[in-house]
Design a protein around this ligand. Structure first.
Ligand SMILES: Cc1cc2nc3c(=O)[nH]c(=O)nc-3n(C[C@H](O)[C@H](O)[C@H](O)COP(=O)(O)OP(=O)(O)OC[C@H]3O[C@@H](n4cnc5c(N)ncnc54)[C@H](O)[C@@H]3O)c2cc1C
Length: 381
């Protein structure tokens, strides 16, 4: 139960979604701090309470080793026996493995490499400089933690999603919720493939409700470099053009804040908030290094914060594309009747992979599944 939260998260992690957004069917946060952010232990406890309240017949500590199609459904093999069923819902998560680029194999053996699955706290890394790769939620949080521990930190930055923690006095995720951004449906999004690959926002959950964008990291002494493009002769080579990457993120942030302001006006609630604000542009470093000699001893460790990927190695049905993603239409798996999915990016809505997103998606997908079992929808083949 709550396996990923127990075993695959670092010690200091708190949810980046506020407590009021921690809600699952029949259970919501009702503690004294709705605007706070849960620790990993609190998330585990919350899911435990949901498991107890829902009394769903879950077989815990059971690994599914294979799912095969049969004439009238699926044969599921597990570490505790086999069973047959007409339908299967794949809810195995979107983040089963760290996604590490192939160039990691060229990093000299003298440099320790850590993924976000292995990382627990700064004390685990050897003394010396750290290169954190990736500037989404995980990368910015780890870069800040490592810089505060006194280490020289370099952060390799590619495309990213900049967000302030609060806007006009409210949590930025409150605005996303109210302005309807979270609820935007997958079939209303112009470029769904891109939306499903968007980097997670640069957010952290702290009591101070502090913003953790690249300007905040620069203030902490983190050195920003471009996207890690290649390794040559033991040297990491970074892309130039940080100015363009920063401008794009600033532009997208400005557009999002415009959406919030528009909602405030059209909903008649504009007077409830402080005046519209705009973030300072992201500061471009006066000089940005284009390469770093990994054999010089300057960098003792590389932390790969380059995202996660799902693992379908146990799924013996040909519904996974060349990039390892499940082929589905809103959680209805394409080309395999009776197979469904939940918990994947923008499955039916922008909020699909967040805890607060599961309720609406589950209602829709299970609704489709029930119709299929009742013979009310033709099997999609
Ligand atoms: C670093 C990090 C931070 C996050 N922060 C937030 C946040 O602040 N707020 C938020 O709302 N969401 C956050 N998320 C997203 C969060 O993971 C989801 O909201 C939630 O955990 C998704 O639940 P899930 O059940 O879909 O997937 P998971 O939590 O990944 O659970 C999937 C489960 O399936 C199991 N499983 C996989 N394969 C098999 C198999 N073959 N047999 C048996 N079991 C299997 C896994 O072990 C796991 O227990 C974060 C995710 C990550 C990685």
């Amino acid at each position: 139960m709550a396996n990923s939260w127990r075993h695959e998260r670092w010690d200091s992690l708190r949810l980046l979604t506020p407590n009021w957004q921690s809600r699952v069917p029949g259970l919501r946060y009702e503690g004294p701090d709705p605007d706070g952010y849960m620790t990993v232990g609190e998330v585990t406890e919350f899911i435990g309470r949901f498991a107890a309240a829902s009394r769903a017949p879950v077989r815990t500590s059971t690994t599914v080793t294979s799912v095969r199609r049969t004439d009238d459904g699926y044969q599921v093999a597990t570490s505790r026996g086999e069973f047959a069923c007409r339908t299967v819902v794949i809810a195995s998560g979107a983040c089963n493995r760290p996604s590490v680029p192939g160039l990691s194999s060229g990093v000299p053996a003298s440099v320790q490499q850590v993924t976000t699955f292995d990382y627990r706290d700064p004390g685990q890394l050897p003394d010396g400089g750290v290169l954190v790769v990736g500037a989404s939620a995980t990368g910015v949080q780890l870069a800040a933690e490592l810089a505060r521990s006194g280490r020289p930190v370099t952060l390799s930055v590619g495309e990213h999603t900049r967000l302030p923690r609060t806007y006009r006095g409210r949590d930025v995720l409150w605005w996303m919720d109210k302005a309807g951004v979270w609820d935007q449906r997958y079939d209303e999004i112009e470029d769904l493939t891109r939306a499903r690959r968007l980097p997670s926002p640069q957010l952290v959950g702290t009591q101070e409700r502090a913003t953790l964008d690249l300007n905040a990291l620069t203030a902490l002494g983190v050195q920003l470099v471009g996207r890690w493009a290649a390794i040559r002769d033991g040297r990491a080579l970074f892309s130039g053009g940080l100015r363009n990457v920063f401008s794009l993120a600033d532009l997208k942030l400005g557009r999002l804040l415009d959406t919030f302001d528009e909602w405030a006006l059209t909903s008649g609630r504009d007077g409830e908030f402080t005046a519209p604000e705009r973030s300072e542009p992201t500061q471009v470093p006066a000089t940005s290094r284009l390469q770093l000699d990994l054999a010089s001893g300057e960098i003792a460790a590389v932390v790969w914060a380059t995202g996660f990927r799902p693992d379908y190695s146990w799924l013996d049905v040909p519904v996974v594309d060349a990039k390892g993603q499940l082929e589905h239409d809103g959680g209805v798996v394409t080309d395999s009747p009776g197979l469904y999915a939940l918990g994947l990016p923008v499955l039916r809505r922008r909020k699909s992979t967040f805890i607060c997103g599961i309720e609406d998606d589950a209602r829709d997908v299970i609704g489709d599944l029930a119709k299929y079992l009742a013979g009310l929808v033709p099997a999609r083949v």
